[in-house]
Design a protein around this ligand. Sequence first.
Ligand SMILES: Nc1nc2c([nH]c(=O)n2[C@H]2C[C@H](O)[C@@H](COP(=O)(O)OP(=O)(O)OP(=O)(O)O)O2)c(=O)[nH]1
Length: 132
Amino acid sequence: MTQPIVVVGAALVDGGRLLAARRSAPVELAGRWELPGGKVEPGESPEQALVRELREELGVTAEPVERVQGEWPLKPGHVLRIWVARLLDGAPEPLEDHDELRWLTLEEVWDVDWLDQDVAAVDAVLAVWKRR
Ligand SMILES: Nc1nc2c([nH]c(=O)n2[C@H]2C[C@H](O)[C@@H](COP(=O)(O)OP(=O)(O)OP(=O)(O)O)O2)c(=O)[nH]1
């Protein structure tokens, strides 16, 4: 069986808030919210992919802190893995793939329309976030 393509997502937490990003494309995902990130490229570790994606998509320097245990199915052949990440430098801007960003407090986490496949993943992020 072929290995699934791993998509890494960042639970970027800063000042007690979690960053959510609204997708601008493709059309079937546009307008829905996700954790910023993207596909791991050949020869890259998931952590390296996460750092690269956050630089490309948001223009920030960040570091992975802790993996959120679990793996969530996306479209066929793709799975989502998540790391809690910490902002080291810069202020996130929606440079690529997104048209809006929101920093959500714990109470606000469900105020945005997460992608269906992200709901269980965000639940797992919340469990880690509350414990940290
Ligand atoms: N980054 C990210 N992608 C997600 C999430 N949930 C979800 O279904 N996806 C999907 C959307 C895309 O089909 C795929 C990730 O691809 P992408 O387009 O963000 O990644 P990429 O920048 O590496 O892609 P590419 O344009 O280079 O092909 O996973 C999520 O929480 N974060």
